[in-house]
Design a protein around this ligand. Structure first.
Ligand code: GLN
Length: 507
């Protein structure tokens, strides 16, 4: 479970530059990107009860109050908010088919805004002393290659103590592994056993992390403290995957063309974390190491765009991921055109598929000025248009949690690139969009050569578009977000096919 301290009810209305990717659960809840990491590591779908925010908790308490469920009592921040948090944790535990549930509170100890969640933790531990443990993740800085500094961790422990919480474990995040001497020092100062200081050094691949935890015996100690029987564990498959990541030799150059990268002087890739992980996974299974290039789509429009487009020749494959709004969209369309004309493998995700249709309509199907109504409401050829039910929703400014969200089925046409990738007709993918391929243009666009290789079972919504293999090594877009369900031990077929095409040099 993830607890996010912000007041937003979910992550759906947040700009990705502010908060990173919006991860969509199978049941449609728009959550923080951490849920994506949980699903990738656990190799399971998580239900929406596993996510809460300050906003969602207050909303539920207020709704209960309005429904007279507190029976005329004073409703107070304490204990009613922590109690609502605990009730949701209980519901998630009841729903989980698991022996233990990890509940992460986001943010940092000492922050004003997560104090009520810590209060919930304190109450939980008092209620279930034998079946709850606290794990503090703490950063240990090393200054200029000198001594490891444990003072911030000691201070964090004091802060936890003042909230009534004594951590059972410290996950010691640091650039390097923590040696025995430092573990003893931290343990002595923080009131825990040295073996409960778990070293969490920087790693080449995040998928190594569970293996590192095992080296320090974390699961044995956890089982002991949770009074659970010593289980057997099988890390074979996971280890095999990690070795594939580490031993991959051939490189494949993948460009991601987005617009949510820059934040001041930093280039942040958090907005595309699932896309990046899906590429890494598909690469590992095929012996490739990905070499990523982050390209800002605004660089591909206006002055100097032509020269920059030519630079795309250096790439083995290009991805245009999901996005919203009008900014830097012509740049993305120019990238799509360049990849199509120069036979550079291209994967379009959601907006990346819609813009592929726009580009094809404009430059091949002869629909001059074709566009998505998201950008140009008055276009003469609205080849991508808002779904009728979405029009109604937006009349009332109901932006939160109202897109076409979560799992929807699609039927794939046999003999297509999509079918060759999935090797089956019926698939289910996660979605997050308001716009769709306008049914009125399908025939015209298909006549011009673009194939709509998958659609909703009622064929109302186009789910995938592609060029046949005879025309292009890989030019495929999907209305869904396949990146959200790609897992280390179960890489996504579309990413596998895209990497295969990208890795095939001399195309
Ligand atoms: N903006 C587009 C839509 O709403 C695409 C959304 C996306 O890429 N997730 O349909």
């Amino acid at each position: 479970m993830k607890i996010d301290p912000y007041v937003n009810v979910d992550a759906g209305t947040m700009n990705p530059v502010e908060h990173g990717e919006v991860f969509v659960l199978s049941d449609g809840l728009e959550t923080d990107q951490d849920l994506g990491n949980y699903e990738r590591f656990l190799n399971m779908d998580l239900p929406s009860v596993n996510y809460m925010t300050t906003g969602s908790i207050y909303l539920s308490v207020i709704a209960k109050e309005r429904a007279l469920e507190y029976k005329g009592k004073n409703v107070e921040v304490v204990p009613d908010i922590p109690n609502a948090v605990i009730e949701q944790i209980d519901r998630a535990v009841a729903k989980a088919n698991a022996d233990a549930v990890v509940v992460e509170v986001g943010g940092t100890l000492g922050e004003y805004q997560n104090i009520l969640f810590l209060e919930a933790y304190r109450i939980l531990k008092t209620r279930n002393p034998k079946s709850s443990v606290f794990v503090l993740v703490s950063y240990l800085p090393i200054q200029n290659g000198g001594e490891l500094k444990s003072k911030p961790t000691q201070y964090a422990i004091r802060t936890a103590n003042s909230a009534g919480i004594q951590p059972d474990f410290i996950i010691a995040r640091a650039a390097v592994p923590i040696d025995r001497m430092r573990k003893e020092k931290i343990a002595f100062n923080c009131g825990i056993r040295p073996q409960d200081v778990i070293s969490a050094p920087d790693v080449e691949s995040i998928y190594e992390i569970p293996l590192n935890f095992e080296k320090d015996g974390l699961s044995d100690s956890l089982l002991e403290k949770l009074n659970l029987p010593k289980g057997s564990r099988d890390m074979k498959e996971w280890t095999t995957f990690v070795n594939k990541v580490k031993n991959a030799k051939k490189t494949v150059k993948v460009a991601i063309v987005g617009k949510y990268f820059s934040a001041g002087n930093f280039v942040l890739t958090d907005a595309y974390i699932s896309v990046i992980e899906a590429v890494k996974q598909a690469c590992a299974w095929q012996g490739f190491k990905p070499e990523f290039t982050w390209l800002d789509s605004s660089d591909f429009e206006g002055k100097g765009a032509g020269a920059r487009l030519k630079e795309l020749q250096k790439q083995d494959g290009v991805i245009v991921p999901g996005g919203f709004g009008t900014r830097a969209i012509e740049g993305k369309i120019n990238v799509v055109q360049y990849c199509r004309e120069n036979k550079i493998p291209y994967l379009g995700l959601c907006y990346g598929m819609q813009l592929m249709v726009v580009e094809y309509a404009r430059h091949v199907a002869g629909l001059k000025g074709a566009h998505t109504t998201e950008v140009d409401e008055k276009t003469g050829h609205p080849v991508i248009d808002i779904m009728p039910e979405q029009k109604e929703i937006l009349k009332g400014n109901n932006f939160g949690a109202t897109m076409r969200l979560g799992n929807y089925p699609a039927k794939i046409k046999k003999g297509t690139v999509a079918y060759a990738a999935y090797k089956k007709e019926s698939v289910v993918e996660r979605h997050r969009h308001r716009y769709e391929v306008n049914p009125e243009y399908i025939e015209q666009i298909e006549k011009a050569g673009l194939v709509f290789s998958a659609a909703s079972p009622d064929r109302r919504l186009m789910e995938m578009a592609e060029l046949p293999k005879s025309k292009h090594p890989f030019f495929l877009g999907t209305q869904a977000h396949p990146e959200l369900i790609s897992r280390p031990l179960d890489p996504h077929p579309l990413f596998m096919a895209f990497i295969k095409a990208s890795g095939a040099k001399n195309r």
